[in-house]
Design a protein around this ligand. Structure first.
Ligand SMILES: *[C@@H]1O[C@H](CO)[C@@H](O)[C@H](O)[C@H]1NC(C)=O
Ligand SMILES: *[C@@H]1O[C@H](CO)[C@@H](O)[C@H](O)[C@H]1NC(C)=O
Ligand SMILES: *[C@@H]1O[C@H](CO)[C@@H](O)[C@H](O)[C@H]1NC(C)=O
Ligand SMILES: *[C@@H]1O[C@H](CO)[C@@H](O)[C@H](O)[C@H]1NC(C)=O
Ligand SMILES: *[C@@H]1O[C@H](CO)[C@@H](O)[C@H](O)[C@H]1NC(C)=O
Length: 665
């Protein structure tokens, strides 16, 4: 965050201080909290309660489920109607004999790791053995931590596979909270993504109808009549990892907020642009550690027979706040601003100094990496270009794009400043490659030498240069190379979520069907020179629906060339922001019906971003060589055809397209 914004937040905080509840600082909590009551652990027959006078957290023993969160005189912020094991819990989804199975990580042993006036840390464990084949083959250690003076609690887990365990596939893990249906109606996941939400009942068949898949429902008779006709779908509330720091719910009646704060995404999969669910109708809040959403099976954790592995997920902070204002708008902005400020404090305190698992290294057991990234793109600029606000990260050893499909290790990302300098701190010991994504430039950077981090490492990489793929001068380009399709034409939706009328239109449901409406017979034709990509380039090349069947589409780009060098190659740079079960072919001056493609992919991608209202999934780049002899002086046509599965959600989102002439430098 910029300094100016930070100062403003602190200023706001001072203004709001007498309205807000005590704020906690995990770094200095002992010092700051002298006036707070000591932390206590109450032992009951079936439960333990962590109590610091500000909040009381009830956990089942030995299962380690979060049965109760008591705060500000409210007995339970979680939904009482669910049994004590179904209100707040860790879970994972794994493939058990071919079947996708959810497991609630019900543990069998409970132990107290720390118990003094400043801190309680609890551990709930389960050890896999061959006599429990219906449990995923890994050992689980769930931790819960409460600090003195802190309005909330932390949770993290250590998942471990030992050599000798059977092969398995894990497709998701998270912590889920089912909040009180009576208390929580207003959800906030970003500055402009906040609204009163439908109720769980509104999604039942008596009050809504299912749309193209079970997650999406149209509200036909909602309890709040003003929601009538709207779409409810949890995927409309996804966020990129880089932005997914705080989200949650507000209770108007009690002036109380419940927030999930994820201070680092080192333990999440897929890097900064991986999208995950946040909060949604229920009311539900999730801390999602990994899933295959917006990426596909490649991101699942695939373990071979006997493959050993260990990973720490979290800690995440469950933060509670309150305000006394009676004005609803003030209440929402006060609690949201305070939650964001607490998120900043948590981020600045990372890595935390309190977790006691040996598998969570504190700052002194981590290292830093610094450097400066510049871009070479000689047809754009003779000199080097600063990699401004690029995302730079360390991830397990791989190639330029491996990190977006990586889920077993840790990743450490940050943004460069305006001159390309970067600092990655808090890096765990291990061997990494360094990767980068530079907005405005195609391709992805990888520093191929292995970087070994040991405790206390301070590595200075010096000047690094990203050679953005480039063969010749730009003849024309379509879009902006930013990894998304956001700059293209996003149609109006037929069925809406009112939240997205004025921004983030791509999050509306059913936009894939609008292609057939707008191009009922003839496919999209883009004329370089007269077309405007923000109006004339549909954001995704989907299939066309004809009588309940989905047909392949062929888009056409027409352009003039004043002269052509027949003996040389031209290059078509095709950067994709997403692909789902698509089979892309490129034809030059001959239509798919008549000629052969100059380029074809196999069936690529299963990120499903089209159905999930993403504006990107995984990134692809194809540098297609076009022999000059296939081009003509005057009018030329390039055809982009995708032969996809005959389903509505198959297709491609282009990030950016560029035609380059033969090399001149
Ligand atoms: C997987 O599901 C099928 C169909 O429901 C069932 O017959 C089979 O027993 C299940 N396999 C396991 C390992 O649970
Ligand atoms: C957790 O395990 C206990 C003891 O075996 C059992 O009684 C309980 O039903 C389990 N809960 C869940 C949610 O699986
Ligand atoms: C990210 O970079 C900024 C600016 O250099 C630095 O202040 C911050 O500590 C870095 N954060 C991490 C987690 O590396
Ligand atoms: C393209 O269309 C957008 C949206 O209507 C408009 O803001 C922009 O000025 C147009 N660009 C050009 C070059 O006409
Ligand atoms: C053009 O590209 C093709 C395919 O990459 C390559 O085989 C050929 O050598 C190139 N021709 C020239 C003149 O560069």
């Amino acid at each position: 965050m910029e300094k100016k914004a930070l100062c403003f937040l602190i200023f706001l905080q001072l203004l709001l201080l007498n309205q807000c509840s005590a704020r906690s600082n995990p770094m200095n909590s002992y010092k700051d909290a002298v006036s707070s009551p000591p932390v206590q652990l109450h032992r009951l027959p079936d439960n333990v309660v962590m109590d610091n006078g500000l909040a009381q957290i009830t956990l089942t023993i030995p299962g380690g489920m979060i049965a109760g969160i008591e705060y500000k005189g409210i007995k339970n912020l979680l939904e009482y109607e669910y049994g004590s094991e179904y209100r707040g819990y860790w879970d994972l989804v794994w493939i058990n004999g071919g079947n996708s199975t959810a497991d609630r990580l019900n543990t069998t042993h409970f132990s107290v790791i720390a118990e003094d006036e400043n801190k309680v840390e609890l551990s709930f464990t389960r050890t896999w053995n061959p006599s429990t084949p219906n449990l995923p083959p890994m050992n689980i250690d769930k931790r819960y931590v409460m600090l003195r003076g802190s309005t909330g609690f932390y949770t993290y887990s250590i998942f471990e596979r030992l050599g000798g365990m059977p092969a398995t596939i894990i497709s998701q893990t998270r912590v889920a909270f089912k909040l009180s249906e009576k208390l929580f109606h207003y959800m906030a996941i970003s500055d402009n993504r906040q609204r009163y939400m439908p109720t769980r009942e509104d999604r039942e068949p008596s009050r809504s109808v299912q749309l193209a898949y079970p997650e999406a429902r149209q509200l036909t008779n909602p309890s709040n009549p003003s929601f009538k006709g709207e779409v409810d779908d949890k995927f409309q509330y996804s966020k990129d990892n880089k932005d997914n720091v705080v989200h949650g719910w507000i209770s108007d009646e009690n002036g109380v907020g419940f927030w999930v704060i994820t201070p680092s995404y080192e333990f999440r999969s897929g890097g900064p642009f991986k999208q995950e669910l946040t909060s949604h109708t229920g009311p539900i809040s999730l801390a999602t550690f990994f899933s295959n959403h917006y990426s596909g099976d490649e991101l699942n954790l695939h373990f071979g027979k006997g493959e050993a592995w260990k990973k720490v997920y979290g800690p995440v902070f469950i933060y509670l706040n309150s305000a006394s204002t009676k004005k609803i708008n003030d209440l929402h902005s006060t609690l949201w601003t305070d939650a964001k400020h607490q998120a900043l404090i948590e981020q600045q305190s990372w890595p935390y100094s309190f977790p006691l698992s040996n598998d969570y290294p504190h700052a002194d057991r981590r290292g830093t990496v610094r450097g400066r990234l510049q871009v070479r793109d000689r047809y754009l600029n003779q000199g080097l270009i600063n990699a401004e606000f690029a995302f730079v990260g360390l991830a397990p050893v791989g190639d330029e794009l491996s990190w977006q499909r990586e889920s077993k290790g840790y990743q450490f990302w940050n943004q460069t400043d305006a001159t390309g300098n970067f600092l990655l701190k808090g890096v765990r010991s291990g061997t990494y490659n360094l990767y980068a994504t530079v907005p405005g430039h195609i391709g992805r950077y990888a520093y191929k030498l292995n970087i070994n981090i040991t405790p206390g490492s301070a590595i200075q990489l010096g000047d690094l240069i990203h050679d953005s793929p480039r063969f010749g001068p730009t003849l024309w380009e379509i879009g902006i190379p930013d990894g998304t399709a956001a700059e293209f034409h996003i149609p109006d939706a037929r069925l809406i979520n009112k939240l997205y009328i004025n921004h983030d239109k791509f999050r509306q449901y059913g936009l894939w069907e609008r292609y057939t409406d707008l191009y009922p017979k003839n496919d999209l034709v883009y004329n370089v020179g007269s077309s405007n990509y923000s109006k004339d380039w549909f954001f995704s090349q989907v299939t066309r629906k004809i009588k309940d069947e989905y047909h392949p589409t062929t888009w056409q780009i027409t352009f003039d060339l004043p002269h052509v060098i027949a003996s040389r190659n031209y290059t078509l740079q095709l950067a994709l922001a997403s692909s789902n079960l698509a089979h892309l072919r490129v034809y030059v001056n001959t239509s798919p019906a008549k000629g052969n493609p100059v380029f074809t992919t196999t069936e690529i991608g299963q990120d499903n971003a089209i159905a999930r209202h993403g504006i990107h999934g995984l990134y692809w780049l194809f540098s297609v060589q076009i022999p000059g002899r296939t081009l003509v002086v005057g009018r030329n046509n390039i055809f982009l055809n995708h032969r996809s599965s005959s389903i509505p959600f198959a297709g491609i989102m282009y990030d950016y397209i560029r035609l380059e002439g033969p090399p001149t430098l």
